[in-house]
Design a protein around this ligand. Structure first.
Ligand SMILES: [Zn+2]
Length: 102
C-alpha cells in the first residue's frame, strides 16, 4: 500500500473543513476535494435554480433553409460548413424543445 505524502492535509477546497471534520471527502482532480456538506449545498442550489428557471416555450423551430439563409447574411461561401451548422443547430433546438415538454 502506498504511503500518504507527509504533511499533506486533506481538506474541502470549498469550505476548508478538514478531512476528519466531515463525513465524506471526495477527491476531484489532483489536490481538489469537496466534502459531503458542500455537495449537499450545491445540490440544493441546483434544485432551487431548476425550480426558478422559467420554462419558456421555444416557439417555432426554424427550417434548415431558414437557418442557412440567416447564416448566408454573415458568412460567404463555406456551404458545407453552413450545412453542418444547420444540421447541428436543428438537432440542438429539437433536443431543447423535447426537454421543455418533459
Ligand atoms: Zn466543504
Amino acid at each position: 500500500m502506498a504511503k500518504k505524502a507527509a504533511g499533506v492535509k486533506k481538506s474541502c477546497s470549498f469550505c476548508g473543513r478538514n478531512y476528519d471534520a466531515v463525513s465524506r471527502l471526495i477527491q476531484g482532480d489532483a489536490d481538489a476535494f469537496i466534502c459531503n456538506e458542500c455537495v449537499e449545498a450545491c445540490h440544493m442550489l441546483l434544485k432551487k435554480d431548476q425550480k426558478q428557471a422559467p420554462s419558456k416555450p421555444i416557439g417555432k423551430i426554424p427550417t434548415p433553409s431558414q437557418i442557412k439563409e440567416h447564416l448566408d447574411e454573415y458568412i460567404i461561401g463555406q456551404n458545407k460548413a453552413k450545412k453542418n451548422a444547420c444540421r447541428c443547430s436543428l438537432q440542438s433546438l429539437q433536443a431543447f424543445a423535447y426537454q421543455g415538454r418533459q
